[in-house]
Design a protein around this ligand. Sequence first.
Ligand SMILES: *Cc1c(COP(=O)(O)O)cnc(C)c1O
Length: 242
Amino acid sequence: MGTVAENIETIRARIRAAAKRVGRDPRSVRLVAVSKRQPLAAIREAMAAGQMVFGENYLQEAQEKVAALGQVVTWHCIGHLQSNKARSAAEIFDCIETLDRLKLAKGLESRLAELGKTMLVLVQVNVGGEAQKAGVAPEKAGQLCRELQQFPHLILQGLMTMPPFVADPEESRVCFRRLRLLGEELAAQGLLGRHGPVQLSMGMSGDFEVAIEEGATLVRVGTALFGNRSPGAPKFKINPGM
Ligand SMILES: *Cc1c(COP(=O)(O)O)cnc(C)c1O
């Protein structure tokens, strides 16, 4: 692995190539740098290389990082969010990619209304139907999207998914395609795409090129960009030198 800057360069080239293979405009794909359990120094390196969007999974860690680095970059919540953390999440994130139930939406909306702030959100869909994974079942996504229309501070932009883990990225293609088709179906019903093109967040280090070929507009890349993650709390410190 190279430096963070070199890795970003390589990933951007791979994003461009994948988009071109299927005749898509490479600028329609944004890279979300997944910085969970990566120290501030690594995030600063990515920022210096022009990376502007970061994905975090854990609220407390994200709070510390946003406090240290500020809102000059954009922070996406990509981890499961408990409803009792909705209010704090509303304060620090720019986008919640993992909205999968009404109770969470209510919590976000109430704090956002107080703050006078709108929030981009994606509905997380459990395309693989795995019991242990978060996300709304594909056949329930329409209902949730319909319910979300009542919240003026939530800007519903699209869908997000995390397919079942497989060794060969080609095996995930059917899941990515399923999310795109679901997005098209919901858009045709007027439930998505009111705020611009429908966003599809899908694809990680091992399979982001397949996801782009299937229509991803946001790819969430962690290890291919930053290298291996540190062990989890309580050992992990965002600023290990201090
Ligand atoms: C950790 C994580 C990623 C990044 O995974 P890598 O394989 O390290 O690229 C992407 N999406 C979600 C939801 C994650 O939790």
